[in-house]
Design a protein. Sequence first.
Length: 172
Amino acid sequence: MNGLAGPLHGLANQEVLIWVTNMLKDVGDNPSDEKVKEYVLKTLEGGQVVPGYGHAVLRKTDPRYMAQREFSLKHLPNDPLFKLCGQLFEVVPDILLEQGKAKNPWPNVDAHSGVLLQFYGLKEMNYYTVLFGVSRALGVLSSLVWSRALGLPIERPKSVTTELMKKTVGAS
């Protein structure tokens, strides 16, 4: 688990949460887009990155981010941290493109996940890496079970549907 606890992996959502929380303290509830832009530019001018934006592989908005955003729009639309994340979603990519700071200026899953964990009561950020590791392990283990059961090579769980697996093993 500790091997996952680097700033570009397991600690990434913590870094975002700390940054967004500090921003909220600085700009207040319901800040203007201009105030948010100023804070983002101040971060970049300070030699820091905007945490939660960019991904080594993805070249568009992370679909996991979008799933969390849609969930949050339905279940916590008035949460101040979520509202600020929504503003960042609208503001940050253009700033990063204009500044030439990122080939991929879109939000990744970490741009949002810490806010959800906080909202639902998991306040101890030290456990976020454990959740990250467990979720990774579940994905790998499900793939391992299918590969062992069917003699298949390791595949990402999303690469086959449950229907296809049922047909393959003759289940109904």
